[in-house]
Design a protein around this ligand. Sequence first.
Ligand code: FAD
Length: 526
Amino acid sequence: MNRLQQLRGTTFDLIVIGGGIIGAGIARDAALRGLKVALFEKSDFGGGTTSASTRIIHGGLRYLEMFDFRLVRMDLKEREILLRIAPHLVKPLDFLLPFYGRSLFYRTKIKMGMMLYDMLSYDKSLPNHRFLSPSEVATLEPHLKIDGLRGAVLYSDARVDSPERLCLENIIDARQHGACTLNDAEVIGALRSGGTVEGVAVRDLPSGEELEVKGRVVVNATGPWFDRIAGILTSHTQNMVRTTKGIHIICPALTQRALVLFSGVDKRLFFVIPWCGHSLIGTTDTDFHEDPAEARATGTDVKYLLESLEEFFPHEDSQIYFSSAGVRALVMKGGSESSVSRLHRMIDGEQRNVPGLISVLGGKITGYRAIAEEVTDLVCSKLNVNQPCETATLPLPGAQETGTASVHSSMTRGVIDHLYSLYGSRADGILRLAESDPELQRVLVRYSRDIAAQVVFAVREEQCLHLNDFLWRRTLLGFTRDQGGQAVEKTVFYMARELSWSEAQISAEVEAYEKHRARTQQFRDE
Ligand SMILES: Cc1cc2nc3c(=O)[nH]c(=O)nc-3n(C[C@H](O)[C@H](O)[C@H](O)COP(=O)(O)OP(=O)(O)OC[C@H]3O[C@@H](n4cnc5c(N)ncnc54)[C@H](O)[C@@H]3O)c2cc1C
């Protein structure tokens, strides 16, 4: 049956457009408060900007310099909440900020900044910052340039290796609380009566079928696609977001801890983050006016990052495994790209003669839960629903007690640990599948601990529709050195069996994978 048919004749309390981290967070919050929710995502959950981030959960030292104290405080508070509600996904990470021959004024500025960062996170569980001597830094990070090093600050923030799964777990919980969430479902039009938005027209991309779906409130949470969708919903051209591209390069591991560095090219701050056994290095910030889905790292972007990096790692090879790119949606403002605030903005359509529509733009992954709470509060006030938000205390699915005894598995400790680190307590479901069918205990590729049961679980329990969804967003296989290349054959085999793919569909899936992979390598030709 076409997936849209289940929606026919239903009027939802809330329709969310966009299944990135912000839309997913809103759907979860609203479903937990008892609202009847539908969410439509045109590609895969978390496949937009959410998958292109630096993957850190942080207040953002840089934003202190911009006097964005509200943003920093909100995000430091949210960092603490995420460490509590998703400990399997969000983990503490040490950061080093080294100084090279910087003036006393600069060091005093950093000292004040760090004190403020600690003060703004007074209720944190992570340790306060401390200063390190050059020899301590050299012991901790032996590959970092020592020439001219005057010391460093060591401080704590957090990392999320898979923001894609953080997003997905919000979707899963929303579904568990009655929401209808569809990926591969594109919003292509609006239902309007006078100026009021009363629903959307959706296209089910696999079948091409279309349906009009009614909603009492519609939220536009489409990140960098915001203006396009706002144009469809209001039939006026919109110019509310400033879209800027940021890229990363992924290289052999350079450090054990995260580094905060300042580029010698233009003095911009950039990070070197330990991630999946590699270093994730970035980012850039340049205006981008094309379709966000077309963003990719160019030769010029990569050259900038390599030049910035070389100064600090003069003896290391500049080998690159692959690149990533994404587009920020910043609340429109002039000036240089990096000077634009990362603080989100919510717009109540009622105040702009578009009742029924709420818009949310800007924001970071770190603050997604608080942003979702603010939006859902407004939705509830419009619907006269008086239910408190529970998302600050209720763990995400993988952090919940399953209520059943842990599965006694015959698999190796390495595989079991790997599954729990990626899925939290939901790994029990995968282990159960694997115990029921020994064939599903097979690893997908020799160098990894991912097993066939994950493919079956992803299709049955995690709305995984495509090979790319599995490799890049249900697991971290796409981020291995060969970008999951050697796992393709087995993954396709199990997906095809679950989803009854034809030979033509299998070829199309492999082709889509190769296309995506080529995009992350294209900078080499320039
Ligand atoms: C380079 C870079 C680094 C970053 N690093 C960090 C970081 O380290 N930490 C941090 O906290 N934040 C970071 N951010 C910011 C963060 O990634 C974003 O703020 C966040 O992911 C935005 O989520 P979103 O849900 O608004 O957008 P998206 O993730 O882009 O989601 C919007 C979704 O809407 C969907 N959509 C669009 N049109 C339609 C339609 N017609 N119908 C249905 N669906 C549609 C898209 O497919 C997309 O999935 C970074 C951003 C960038 C670009």
